[in-house]
Design a protein around this ligand. Structure first.
Ligand code: TXA
Ligand code: MG
Length: 326
């Protein structure tokens, strides 16, 4: 049995805040993706998040707060860079890693001495945070290693009745998870690229910022797959696309395609989605398109390769984790 999303009006948000106070789980929209929220100061409630997602206990969560004034309460030894970035980008799709204060249970941070914080830029999320009053620990509201939800219906198909309430605030405006910046070292480091890019962060801090390299070496059989659809997904250059489509169609395969240049026509075997040409629009649509193709239970999904520039970095990062390269 699964529960139905509830239109996120004032009454529903007030009810959601009560559920959080009682130690329950509430899925709610943010500007990036839907989050699966619990009271960040209640270890039993936070434990339910890990169970619902099937997520390993050492995988830390992001704590969402409702105002910048709460920052001093939810982090310690806060560097100037945090105040600068918060002033410029909060509320917004930027998560800051800082030192954890004692009041935050270790289960929230996966046992680490650091904490991830952000103020989301979505009216439902902000109203929920205000109604609740405290910090809300919330990972993306999908099962572990699956595609993040950008619509309330995605949460239903991912988590079913494992949540106590799903607030429906419509499709997410950005559609990709927040940029994560680690401020605990000597240099700020971007751990996860997102809508707010390196150049904007460097401009705000007036210093250079590095982007963390993928820790794991890519080797055959050891591909790091995250955010993946259930259907095998392949990344394919525009040049090789026609050949790959013909090859798979010749083997009687049913194929989904995320098309960028628009060179391939739909037919009985090829279900193609024409993606937007601008990076922000593409990013907003990406997960919904992958969810849509996944539900068709095709034999394979082909994703046409995108430009290798800074504005496409976050999208290329997610695609590299959702696909295998040809
Ligand atoms: O846009 C977002 O960030 C969404 C919405 C719901 O806010 N949340 C999200 O959460 O994407 P999640 O759990 O799917 O991803 C959180 C990421 C993980 O990769 C985790 O490793 C990292 O944040 N993270 C959290 N705390 C950390 C910490 N103390 N140190 C390093 N990384 C941390
Ligand atoms: Mg996630």
């Amino acid at each position: 049995m699964s529960i139905e999303p509830v239109h996120a009006n004032a009454e529903a948000i007030a009810k959601a805040a009560v559920i959080l106070h009682q130690g329950g789980l509430v899925a709610f929209p943010t500007e990036t993706v839907y989050g699966l929220g619990a009271d960040a100061e209640n270890p039993d409630a936070v434990r339910k998040i890990f169970t619902a997602k099937g997520r390993p206990a050492d995988h830390p969560l992001i704590v969402h707060i409702g105002s910048s004034e709460m920052l001093d309460d939810w982090a310690q030894h806060i560097p100037d860079a945090a105040y600068q970035l918060a002033a410029r980008f909060w509320p917004g799709p930027l998560t800051l890693i800082m030192h954890k204060p004692p009041k935050v249970p270790l289960i929230v941070t996966g046992g680490q001495p650091t904490i991830a914080l952000r103020i989301p830029d979505n009216p439902v999320a902000l109203n929920l945070l205000r109604a609740f009053g405290g910090g809300i620990a919330a990972p993306s509201a999908n099962r572990y290693n699956r595609i993040s939800p950008t619509q309330a219906q995605h949460v239903v198909s991912e988590l079913g009745d494992a949540v106590d309430m799903i607030l429906d605030g419509g499709p997410c405006a950005i559609g990709l998870e927040s940029t994560i910046v680690d401020l605990t070292g000597e240099q700020p480091v971007i751990l996860r690229p997102g809508h707010i890019n390196r150049l904007q962060i460097e401009e705000s801090l007036q210093r250079t910022v590095s982007v963390a390299q993928r820790a794991q070496i890519r080797a055959p059989g050891m591909l790091e797959i995250h955010y993946a659809p259930l259907t095998p997904a392949l990344l394919c250059s525009s040049r090789e696309l026609q050949g790959k489509v013909s090859q798979l169609a010749g083997q009687n395969k049913r194929i989904g395609l995320l098309s960028y240049t628009g060179q391939i026509q739909n037919n009985s075997q090829v279900h193609s989605i024409q993606m937007p040409r601008s990076a922000p629009d593409y990013g907003k649509m990406l997960y919904a398109a992958l969810h849509e193709l996944d539900e068709l239970q095709l034999d394979a999904i082909l994703v046409e390769k995108l430009p290798d520039t800074e504005e496409w970095r976050a999208i290329n990062d997610r695609l590299s984790k959702a696909t295998i390269s040809l």
